[in-house]
Design a binder for this molecule. Sequence first.
Ligand code: SF4
Ligand code: SF4
Length: 333
Amino acid sequence: MEKVLFGKTGLMATRSGFGALPVQRLGKPEGAALLRRGYEGGINFFDTANAYSDSEEKIGMGLSDVRGRIIIATKTGAGEPGLFWRHLNLSLERVKTDYIDIYQFHNPRALPGEDMLECMREAKARGLIRHIGITCHRLDVALAAARSGDYETIQYPLSALSSEDEIAFVRLCASLGVGVIGMKGLAGGLLTSAAPTMAFLRPYANVIPIWGFQRDSELDEVIALEQSPPALDEAMLARIEADRAQLSGNFCRGCGYCMPCPAGIEINNCARMPLLLRRSPSASWLTPQWQAEMEKIAGCVHCGQCMKACPYGLNTPRLLEECLADYRAFLSA
Ligand code: SF4
Ligand code: SF4
């Protein structure tokens, strides 16, 4: 699989990475085997997090014997030094390693303060981590992180649906030597194939999209695409334009930044239900459990906090009402 020099980290990373969030939904042997299959298929970049239940452990189970040949990126959501060190030690233990290649602050609402950066620097000086990164869903935070000079990598949602502003962010990172880890390459399930995003992001050599794999078939698709990367030709551009037109730029990306909701609404899925129903197999969204989840929308207390938190400026309560009306109509059709 083709590799690139990943920004100023100096790491040689495969152009596609393995996002190890979904493997937490598999049993331990199955999850470890899928990770191994990714490695055997040529992937050398694995992204996980302290918060992804047993995902790190599965990386340790499936890949510890090839530790020197892979890049491990993991994350801490710690907001204070004590927890930072507990998380880091736990990650090292679970992954069965004595260093993490890229250690990332996990989706902070604002850039971490000097006390937390000092933890990162100390961990790096002690050889426990090799590079400092951050993950975020907000473009303003991502831009500030890039300009701060504190981060060697930034993880941000990128797909074929990304805006010009988001691509300008990628270019800024390239000019600063910052590697970009692209999450949500399928736009949270709204794109049905990896090909458009792979073609769209390919010109940016500082971007490693990480694909969340839960099934062999998903992994096989990306490995096959990597063997013969899709071109951003006229047909592909037309396909991307059609997706953009259908999603009209004003859709819920499923980032979950607006949660938790005091009414218990699972906003990150409910607010894009019409798209999920039509762009992925609908049966899994029509179960009694999902019907109950959708009906929670009727209990929205209109506190407005989701709207304030949404980085995409969505009127979330109104969007949710529309989604519930559409869902009920879809069910009764
Ligand atoms: S406005 Fe409604 S959906 Fe949004 S956080 Fe408040 S209760 Fe939840
Ligand atoms: S409503 Fe906004 S913040 Fe909430 S999940 Fe959707 S895109 Fe993210």
